[in-house]
Design a protein around this ligand. Structure first.
Ligand SMILES: *Cc1c(COP(=O)(O)O)cnc(C)c1O
Length: 223
């Protein structure tokens, strides 16, 4: 197996410079993250708050941490002081809590709206209709401490590449509709986070601006 450093170098050669790589380091040790860091990687994704808190204190402060997994509202307070982006905003209640906690410490937290695009009950997210309803609401307009930077989605876990392509195309279409309806003049709304180790090429073909890559960088894992 290649080293983490080699994996990152190889991956960068396959991905246009305009697409950011989130190195998904869940379940991987601090030493592996440092190896990626020493290769110039600064953007990392984790899906568990407790694990993220433990790791971040042992790592350089200029790392940008993105939360990419389902987030329970009772964990939000620990996250908002330092997180660069919460990609997995999957309910109105969660966004409300993020806004409230961020407001207490006068911070603005970058968020992506997670849209449910898969054919799997295990995945989280808003339907397009729910997202539109929330973004059009009075309550959302009053939220001063969250900045919506785009959308995120996870395709179905399948070998059917045409299905994956359709799901990513749907997410890109949701992005365009939400952009024109709610964020036409807002330059912060610009990200489509889609694509993982197995499907990032399809995602980039469909307009991804951010891919979340774990096993291709760090090797396989148990979860
Ligand atoms: C684990 C995970 C990834 C990375 O998965 P790989 O297949 O290892 O690249 C991406 N996004 C989310 C939300 C994840 O939980």
């Amino acid at each position: 197996m290649n080293s983490t450093a080699t994996n990152i170098r190889n991956l960068r050669q396959q991905i246009p410079n305009s697409v950011r790589i989130v190195a998904v380091s869940k379940s991987k040790p601090v030493s592996a993250i440092m190896e990626a860091y020493n290769e110039g990687q600064r953007l990392f994704g984790e899906n568990r708050v407790q694990e993220l808190l433990q790791k971040k204190d042992q790592l350089p402060a200029d790392i940008e941490w993105h939360l990419i997994g389902h987030l329970q509202t009772n964990k939000v307070r620990q996250l908002v002081p330092f997180v660069s982006m919460i990609q997995s905003v999957d309910s109105r209640r969660l966004l409300r809590v993020i806004n409230a906690e961020a407001s207490k410490i006068t911070r603005i937290v970058n968020c992506l709206i997670q849209i449910y695009i898969a054919d799997e009950k295990t995945k989280y997210g808003f339907t397009m209709e729910e997202a539109v309803e929330m973004l059009g609401s009075e309550e959302f307009r009053s939220m001063q401490s969250v900045r919506i930077c785009g959308v995120m989605g996870m395709a179905t876990f399948t070998d059917d590449t045409e299905q994956i392509r359709r799901e990513f195309r749907f997410l890109a279409d949701c992005y365009k509709q939400i952009k024109s309806r709610f964020f036409a003049d807002d330059h912060s709304f610009r990200d489509i986070s889609m694509g993982m180790s197995g499907d990032y090429k399809i995602a980039i073909g469909e307009g991804s601006t951010m891919v979340r890559i774990g096993s291709l960088i760090f090797g396989s894992r148990n979860r």
